[in-house]
Design a protein around this ligand. Structure first.
Ligand code: 13P
Length: 271
């Protein structure tokens, strides 16, 4: 059964854990095993709420082996990809390699990539296209820093990032795309955006996608919120009409906490 947090659309709730540069490949396997056991003990129904993890590249082969060997219903993906297919790009990872490892998703334009690695909107647009080209669904991350939030221009700023990221996509791609709104001031700070802030931005993103690709397409695109999500604030954010899931950083490193976030969402569905 496909469910929705809001009942209005056919969007399957999506809870994703971004491990960032944490967990070597041995630790990563243990974390994923514990998560799978916890969700299995809780009788989590993966057909109601999709679960994905974004481990470091070096963990992906181990994650693939565990997911296949134990027949886990957990999706996984890379935290970045190259805009190029192959060649002399030392240190970069092709979308083709991610596809070959069974990655369903890839993060594109996480704020830590935008700020620490200076990734431009043009590069990120090329990465979004590279992901689609290689059969991996991009999770395009957008969001404003504190100064922009305080200046009150956060919606315009975030929509500019969105427009640049999705330029040149077709409607099918826009429907498959996942967009994560992650206000930079709320990442790893303990400052969580209020549910109404998450809703304000997700509604604006959906409206913009509607302008660009048509309302029917925009009604299919899943929009996530990320930034200091914990089990005790997840449910309130997920109640919002345009928020279809969560991109969780720190709390995804604790299997019990992350499982609770996944289960909070599934309680909401049956409210
Ligand atoms: O950046 C994030 C997820 O991609 C959010 O991180 P935190 O949940 O640790 O704030």
């Amino acid at each position: 059964m496909t469910t929705s947090t809001n009942g209005a659309f056919d969007r399957k709730p999506f809870i994703a854990g971004n491990w960032k540069m944490n967990m070597d490949h041995v630790q990563g396997i243990t974390l994923l095993q514990k998560l799978a056991w916890t969700l299995s003990d809780a009788k989590h129904d993966y057909s109601r709420v999709e679960v994905a993890v974004f481990p470091p590249f070096t963990d992906l082969r181990g994650v693939q082996t565990l997911v296949q060997g134990d027949d886990l219903d957990v999706a996984y993906g890379g935290q970045d990809l190259s805009q190029f297919d192959s060649g002399a790009y030392t240190g970069d990872i092709s979308g083709q390699f991610l596809n070959k490892l069974g990655c369903k998703y890839v993060l594109v334009g996480h704020s830590e990539r935008r700020t620490i690695h200076n990734e431009s909107d043009d590069v990120l647009n090329a990465k979004v296209k590279a992901a689609f080209k290689h059969g991996v669904t991009p999770v395009l991350c957008v969001g404003e820093g504190l100064e922009i939030r305080q200046a009150g221009t956060h919606v315009n700023h975030t929509l500019e990032q969105l427009r640049a990221g999705v330029a040149g996509l077709n409607a099918d791609q826009a429907a498959e795309l996942v967009v994560a709104y992650e206000p930079v001031w709320a990442i790893g700070t303990g400052e969580v955006a209020g549910p109404e802030d998450a809703q304000e931005m997700c509604a604006a993103i959906r409206a913009e996608l509607g302008q660009l690709f048509g309302a029917d397409t925009a009604a299919k695109t899943r929009l996530l919120y990320g930034g200091s999500v914990k089990a005790n604030n997840a449910a309130a954010i997920l109640k919002e009409r345009d928020v279809d899931g969560l991109l969780v950083g720190g709390a995804s490193l604790d299997p019990a906490e992350f499982a609770n976030i996944v289960r909070f969402e599934s309680h909401l569905v049956t409210d």
